[in-house]
Ligand binder design. Structure first.
Ligand code: SF4
Ligand code: MG
Length: 316
Protein backbone atom coordinates (compact mmCIF):
# COMPACT_ATOMS: atom_id res chain seq x y z
CA UNK A 1 0.00 0.00 0.00
CA UNK A 2 1.38 3.36 -0.99
CA UNK A 3 0.75 6.74 0.44
CA UNK A 4 -0.56 9.43 -1.90
CA UNK A 5 2.79 11.11 -2.30
CA UNK A 6 4.57 7.85 -2.99
CA UNK A 7 1.93 6.73 -5.46
CA UNK A 8 2.18 10.07 -7.22
CA UNK A 9 5.95 9.74 -7.40
CA UNK A 10 5.74 6.23 -8.82
CA UNK A 11 3.34 7.40 -11.47
CA UNK A 12 5.79 10.01 -12.59
CA UNK A 13 8.55 7.42 -12.52
CA UNK A 14 10.36 9.56 -9.99
CA UNK A 15 12.93 8.14 -7.67
CA UNK A 16 11.20 7.51 -4.36
CA UNK A 17 14.17 8.49 -2.26
CA UNK A 18 14.53 11.80 -4.02
CA UNK A 19 10.82 12.41 -3.92
CA UNK A 20 10.72 11.93 -0.18
CA UNK A 21 12.94 14.98 0.19
CA UNK A 22 10.06 16.91 -1.30
CA UNK A 23 7.41 14.93 0.51
CA UNK A 24 8.75 16.16 3.84
CA UNK A 25 11.03 19.15 3.53
CA UNK A 26 10.82 20.87 6.88
CA UNK A 27 9.50 19.05 9.87
CA UNK A 28 11.10 19.61 13.22
CA UNK A 29 9.43 18.67 16.46
CA UNK A 30 9.94 16.51 19.50
CA UNK A 31 7.63 14.26 21.43
CA UNK A 32 7.89 13.79 25.19
CA UNK A 33 7.67 10.37 26.78
CA UNK A 34 4.06 9.41 27.44
CA UNK A 35 2.72 12.10 25.15
CA UNK A 36 0.17 11.61 22.36
CA UNK A 37 0.94 13.87 19.43
CA UNK A 38 -1.60 14.11 16.63
CA UNK A 39 -0.30 14.69 13.11
CA UNK A 40 -2.88 16.17 10.76
CA UNK A 41 -3.14 17.62 7.27
CA UNK A 42 -4.74 16.88 3.94
CA UNK A 43 -3.98 13.68 2.15
CA UNK A 44 -0.63 14.01 0.35
CA UNK A 45 0.81 16.53 2.83
CA UNK A 46 3.56 14.12 3.85
CA UNK A 47 2.26 12.89 7.20
CA UNK A 48 2.43 9.19 6.31
CA UNK A 49 5.83 9.71 4.74
CA UNK A 50 7.03 11.41 7.91
CA UNK A 51 5.61 8.57 10.04
CA UNK A 52 7.37 5.99 7.91
CA UNK A 53 10.64 7.87 8.10
CA UNK A 54 10.43 7.92 11.88
CA UNK A 55 9.60 4.19 11.90
CA UNK A 56 12.59 3.47 9.65
CA UNK A 57 10.47 2.29 6.72
CA UNK A 58 11.52 5.10 4.40
CA UNK A 59 14.98 6.63 4.01
CA UNK A 60 15.76 10.11 5.31
CA UNK A 61 18.10 11.91 2.92
CA UNK A 62 18.59 15.05 4.95
CA UNK A 63 17.88 15.35 8.63
CA UNK A 64 18.05 13.41 11.85
CA UNK A 65 15.68 11.29 13.85
CA UNK A 66 16.62 10.90 17.50
CA UNK A 67 15.07 8.46 19.90
CA UNK A 68 15.98 8.78 23.57
CA UNK A 69 19.10 10.66 22.58
CA UNK A 70 20.28 8.08 20.05
CA UNK A 71 20.48 8.93 16.36
CA UNK A 72 18.32 6.26 14.73
CA UNK A 73 18.14 7.88 11.29
CA UNK A 74 19.99 5.07 9.56
CA UNK A 75 19.97 2.48 12.36
CA UNK A 76 23.50 1.49 11.43
CA UNK A 77 24.80 0.61 14.89
CA UNK A 78 23.45 -2.25 16.98
CA UNK A 79 22.34 0.29 19.57
CA UNK A 80 20.40 2.27 16.97
CA UNK A 81 18.76 -0.92 15.69
CA UNK A 82 17.77 -1.86 19.21
CA UNK A 83 16.28 1.59 19.77
CA UNK A 84 14.50 1.42 16.46
CA UNK A 85 12.74 -1.76 17.57
CA UNK A 86 11.14 0.34 20.32
CA UNK A 87 9.38 2.31 17.58
CA UNK A 88 6.55 0.36 15.98
CA UNK A 89 4.00 1.33 13.37
CA UNK A 90 0.33 0.41 13.19
CA UNK A 91 -1.24 0.73 9.76
CA UNK A 92 -4.68 1.57 8.47
CA UNK A 93 -5.64 -1.72 6.91
CA UNK A 94 -4.87 -4.72 9.11
CA UNK A 95 -5.88 -7.09 6.31
CA UNK A 96 -3.08 -5.96 4.05
CA UNK A 97 -0.49 -5.72 6.82
CA UNK A 98 -1.12 -9.22 8.23
CA UNK A 99 0.16 -12.27 6.36
CA UNK A 100 -3.01 -14.16 5.30
CA UNK A 101 -1.21 -17.52 5.41
CA UNK A 102 -0.06 -17.18 8.98
CA UNK A 103 -2.00 -17.97 12.12
CA UNK A 104 -2.28 -15.26 14.73
CA UNK A 105 0.07 -17.22 17.03
CA UNK A 106 2.84 -16.88 14.44
CA UNK A 107 1.95 -13.37 13.33
CA UNK A 108 2.21 -12.12 16.91
CA UNK A 109 4.96 -14.45 18.17
CA UNK A 110 7.44 -14.46 15.29
CA UNK A 111 9.26 -11.19 15.90
CA UNK A 112 9.31 -11.72 19.67
CA UNK A 113 11.12 -15.04 19.24
CA UNK A 114 13.42 -13.58 16.58
CA UNK A 115 14.46 -10.74 18.86
CA UNK A 116 14.89 -13.01 21.86
CA UNK A 117 12.02 -11.55 23.88
CA UNK A 118 10.61 -15.01 24.41
CA UNK A 119 11.65 -18.57 23.54
CA UNK A 120 10.10 -21.16 21.24
CA UNK A 121 8.95 -22.93 24.39
CA UNK A 122 7.50 -19.81 25.95
CA UNK A 123 5.93 -18.21 22.91
CA UNK A 124 2.43 -19.64 23.40
CA UNK A 125 2.10 -18.05 26.82
CA UNK A 126 3.70 -14.86 25.53
CA UNK A 127 1.15 -14.58 22.71
CA UNK A 128 -1.78 -15.41 25.03
CA UNK A 129 -0.74 -12.57 27.34
CA UNK A 130 -0.57 -10.15 24.41
CA UNK A 131 -3.99 -11.23 23.15
CA UNK A 132 -5.39 -10.58 26.62
CA UNK A 133 -3.78 -7.11 26.58
CA UNK A 134 -5.60 -6.22 23.38
CA UNK A 135 -8.88 -7.69 24.61
CA UNK A 136 -8.93 -10.95 22.67
CA UNK A 137 -9.48 -14.53 23.87
CA UNK A 138 -6.45 -16.89 23.64
CA UNK A 139 -8.48 -18.98 21.15
CA UNK A 140 -7.72 -16.29 18.55
CA UNK A 141 -4.14 -17.59 18.42
CA UNK A 142 -5.35 -20.39 16.15
CA UNK A 143 -7.20 -18.21 13.68
CA UNK A 144 -6.16 -16.78 10.34
CA UNK A 145 -6.69 -13.07 9.52
CA UNK A 146 -9.66 -13.78 7.24
CA UNK A 147 -11.46 -15.50 10.11
CA UNK A 148 -11.71 -12.26 12.07
CA UNK A 149 -13.56 -8.95 11.87
CA UNK A 150 -11.79 -5.71 10.96
CA UNK A 151 -11.68 -4.62 14.60
CA UNK A 152 -10.26 -7.97 15.71
CA UNK A 153 -7.62 -7.81 12.99
CA UNK A 154 -6.60 -4.35 14.09
CA UNK A 155 -6.23 -5.68 17.65
CA UNK A 156 -3.94 -8.37 16.21
CA UNK A 157 -1.96 -5.66 14.44
CA UNK A 158 -1.59 -3.89 17.79
CA UNK A 159 -0.62 -7.14 19.57
CA UNK A 160 2.03 -7.77 16.92
CA UNK A 161 3.46 -4.30 17.47
CA UNK A 162 3.42 -4.79 21.25
CA UNK A 163 5.19 -8.15 20.91
CA UNK A 164 8.58 -6.45 20.56
CA UNK A 165 7.92 -4.29 23.64
CA UNK A 166 7.84 -0.88 21.97
CA UNK A 167 7.80 2.43 23.79
CA UNK A 168 6.63 4.52 20.87
CA UNK A 169 3.76 3.66 18.52
CA UNK A 170 3.14 5.42 15.24
CA UNK A 171 -0.50 4.98 14.29
CA UNK A 172 -1.11 5.84 10.64
CA UNK A 173 -4.87 6.17 10.12
CA UNK A 174 -5.10 3.11 12.36
CA UNK A 175 -8.82 3.39 12.91
CA UNK A 176 -9.86 4.94 9.59
CA UNK A 177 -10.98 1.66 8.03
CA UNK A 178 -13.12 0.59 10.99
CA UNK A 179 -16.82 1.11 11.72
CA UNK A 180 -17.47 4.12 13.94
CA UNK A 181 -18.51 2.00 16.96
CA UNK A 182 -15.37 -0.12 16.59
CA UNK A 183 -13.24 3.02 16.21
CA UNK A 184 -14.24 4.11 19.69
CA UNK A 185 -13.26 0.73 21.13
CA UNK A 186 -9.87 0.78 19.48
CA UNK A 187 -9.24 4.35 20.65
CA UNK A 188 -10.09 3.26 24.18
CA UNK A 189 -7.66 0.37 23.78
CA UNK A 190 -4.90 2.80 22.69
CA UNK A 191 -5.60 4.93 25.76
CA UNK A 192 -5.62 1.92 28.13
CA UNK A 193 -2.34 0.67 26.66
CA UNK A 194 -0.83 4.12 27.00
CA UNK A 195 -1.48 4.11 30.74
CA UNK A 196 -0.63 0.46 31.30
CA UNK A 197 2.57 0.33 29.24
CA UNK A 198 3.67 3.96 29.47
CA UNK A 199 3.45 4.30 25.68
CA UNK A 200 4.04 7.37 23.56
CA UNK A 201 2.10 7.90 20.33
CA UNK A 202 2.37 9.73 17.08
CA UNK A 203 -1.23 9.58 15.94
CA UNK A 204 -1.59 10.33 12.23
CA UNK A 205 -5.17 11.01 11.21
CA UNK A 206 -7.31 12.99 8.81
CA UNK A 207 -10.09 12.90 11.44
CA UNK A 208 -9.93 16.05 13.55
CA UNK A 209 -12.61 14.83 15.95
CA UNK A 210 -10.53 11.79 16.85
CA UNK A 211 -7.35 13.84 17.15
CA UNK A 212 -9.03 16.37 19.43
CA UNK A 213 -10.15 13.47 21.61
CA UNK A 214 -6.88 11.56 21.87
CA UNK A 215 -3.98 13.98 21.40
CA UNK A 216 -2.17 16.16 23.93
CA UNK A 217 -0.55 18.20 21.19
CA UNK A 218 -1.20 18.55 17.49
CA UNK A 219 1.21 19.02 14.60
CA UNK A 220 -0.29 20.41 11.38
CA UNK A 221 1.49 19.72 8.10
CA UNK A 222 0.99 21.32 4.74
CA UNK A 223 2.83 20.11 1.65
CA UNK A 224 5.76 18.61 3.50
CA UNK A 225 6.19 21.39 6.05
CA UNK A 226 5.05 21.71 9.62
CA UNK A 227 2.96 24.89 9.72
CA UNK A 228 1.63 24.81 13.28
CA UNK A 229 2.23 22.95 16.55
CA UNK A 230 0.14 23.58 19.64
CA UNK A 231 -1.43 21.92 22.65
CA UNK A 232 -4.69 20.36 21.46
CA UNK A 233 -6.97 22.77 23.27
CA UNK A 234 -5.09 25.84 22.05
CA UNK A 235 -5.07 24.54 18.50
CA UNK A 236 -8.79 23.89 18.38
CA UNK A 237 -9.80 27.00 20.34
CA UNK A 238 -7.44 29.50 18.72
CA UNK A 239 -5.67 28.18 15.63
CA UNK A 240 -3.08 30.69 14.41
CA UNK A 241 -2.08 29.49 10.96
CA UNK A 242 -4.53 30.32 8.13
CA UNK A 243 -4.28 26.73 6.91
CA UNK A 244 -5.25 25.31 10.30
CA UNK A 245 -8.06 27.87 10.47
CA UNK A 246 -9.30 26.70 7.07
CA UNK A 247 -9.17 23.06 8.16
CA UNK A 248 -11.12 23.75 11.33
CA UNK A 249 -13.66 25.89 9.48
CA UNK A 250 -14.65 22.81 7.52
CA UNK A 251 -15.37 20.72 10.57
CA UNK A 252 -18.38 21.09 12.83
CA UNK A 253 -17.09 20.76 16.38
CA UNK A 254 -19.59 18.10 17.39
CA UNK A 255 -19.85 14.87 15.47
CA UNK A 256 -16.78 15.72 13.47
CA UNK A 257 -15.94 12.05 13.09
CA UNK A 258 -17.08 11.69 9.52
CA UNK A 259 -15.52 14.85 8.17
CA UNK A 260 -12.41 14.93 6.04
CA UNK A 261 -10.24 17.80 4.90
CA UNK A 262 -11.04 17.71 1.23
CA UNK A 263 -13.21 20.78 1.36
CA UNK A 264 -10.46 23.35 2.00
CA UNK A 265 -10.70 25.80 -0.90
CA UNK A 266 -8.55 25.00 -3.91
CA UNK A 267 -6.57 21.95 -4.88
CA UNK A 268 -3.55 20.83 -2.91
CA UNK A 269 -0.60 21.52 -5.28
CA UNK A 270 1.83 18.83 -6.38
CA UNK A 271 4.31 17.97 -3.65
CA UNK A 272 6.93 17.54 -6.38
CA UNK A 273 6.63 21.14 -7.47
CA UNK A 274 5.32 23.12 -4.50
CA UNK A 275 4.57 26.86 -4.78
CA UNK A 276 7.50 29.11 -3.76
CA UNK A 277 7.57 31.08 -0.52
CA UNK A 278 4.80 29.92 1.75
CA UNK A 279 3.47 26.73 0.13
CA UNK A 280 -0.04 27.70 1.17
CA UNK A 281 -0.11 31.10 -0.55
CA UNK A 282 -2.21 30.16 -3.64
CA UNK A 283 -5.01 29.03 -1.32
CA UNK A 284 -4.54 31.48 1.55
CA UNK A 285 -7.19 34.18 2.05
CA UNK A 286 -4.66 36.29 4.03
CA UNK A 287 -1.78 36.08 1.55
CA UNK A 288 0.22 39.24 0.85
CA UNK A 289 3.22 40.13 -1.33
CA UNK A 290 5.77 38.48 0.99
CA UNK A 291 4.01 35.15 0.87
CA UNK A 292 4.95 34.07 -2.64
CA UNK A 293 8.56 35.20 -2.15
CA UNK A 294 9.68 34.33 1.37
CA UNK A 295 9.43 31.07 3.24
CA UNK A 296 7.87 31.99 6.58
CA UNK A 297 10.03 31.51 9.67
CA UNK A 298 8.86 29.24 12.41
CA UNK A 299 7.96 31.30 15.47
CA UNK A 300 7.24 29.82 18.90
CA UNK A 301 5.29 31.70 21.54
CA UNK A 302 4.22 30.03 24.75
CA UNK A 303 4.42 26.50 23.39
CA UNK A 304 2.49 27.44 20.24
CA UNK A 305 4.50 27.27 17.04
CA UNK A 306 3.43 28.88 13.77
CA UNK A 307 5.09 29.31 10.38
CA UNK A 308 3.29 32.30 8.85
CA UNK A 309 4.42 35.84 8.06
CA UNK A 310 1.39 37.22 9.94
CA UNK A 311 2.88 35.83 13.13
CA UNK A 312 6.36 37.10 12.37
CA UNK A 313 6.32 40.86 12.20
CA UNK A 314 2.64 41.28 11.47
CA UNK A 315 2.35 41.69 7.72
CA UNK A 316 2.14 39.23 4.92
FE1 SF4 B 1 -1.04 32.83 4.32
FE2 SF4 B 1 1.15 34.27 3.93
FE3 SF4 B 1 0.72 33.14 6.30
FE4 SF4 B 1 1.35 31.64 4.19
S1 SF4 B 1 2.64 33.16 5.18
S2 SF4 B 1 -0.25 31.23 5.65
S3 SF4 B 1 0.28 32.71 2.56
S4 SF4 B 1 -0.51 34.76 5.32
MG1 MG C 1 -1.55 8.82 4.58
Amino acid sequence: KLDGVERFARRLGADLKETCVNAVDSASFSIARGEVVGLVGESGCGKSTLGRMVAGLLPVSDGTIRFEGTDVTDAKSAQARDKRLRIQMIFQDPMSSLNPRMKVADIVGEAAVYHGLTTRAGVTGYVDALLAKVGLDPAFAHRYPHQMSGGQRQRIGIARALAVQPEFLICDESIAALDVSIQAQVINLFQDLRRELDLTYLFISHDLGVVEHIADRVVVMYLGRVVEIAPTEALFDAPRHPYTQALLDQVPRLGAGRQTFRTVKGEIPSPLNPPPGCHFHPRCPMAGPRCSREVPRTISQGGHTTACHLHDGGTA
